[in-house]
Design a protein around this ligand. Structure first.
Ligand SMILES: [Zn+2]
Length: 127
């Protein structure tokens, strides 16, 4: 049985959902880091794929499924760890997994936020 499943999200498009209960501090998703990109390669990534490029530990990674389907929320339930998503609080089976893109997006990326949480910043960009 998988720890997470991908299905339609209320936030946007596809989302990643917990398929079991996670405890705070537990690794929810380990990223597939087989697609690491050089600065030159990042420039060639098509516009609609750019939101899937993460910048962590000074490395660009083209996110693979399912982790690329983790939607952003300004009130996310995971933090970015060492190429993984870590539960920020207890997460119940069936909850959508959300991440804070401002932690791992590329320095020049900006996106409008429609997460709808009370503390929504309205715009997603590198902090
Ligand atoms: Zn937001």
């Amino acid at each position: 049985m998988k720890d997470v499943i991908v299905k339609k999200s209320k936030i946007e498009g596809s989302g990643v959902f917990a398929n079991k209960d996670f405890k705070k501090g537990e690794v929810v998703l380990k990223w597939d880091t087989s697609k690491q990109l050089s600065t030159k390669e990042v420039e060639k990534v098509p516009e609609d794929e750019k939101k899937y490029v993460s910048f962590v530990n000074n490395k660009y990674t083209l996110m693979r499924p399912p982790e690329r389907y983790v939607n952003h929320s300004c009130n996310a339930n995971t933090n970015v760890g060492d190429f993984c998503d870590v539960a920020k609080r207890d997460i119940k089976k069936g909850e959508e997994i959300t991440g804070d893109y401002s932690q791992d997006t590329t320095p020049d990326f900006e996106m409008k936020c429609t997460c709808g949480s009370k503390n929504c910043k309205g715009i997603i960009k590198k902090e």
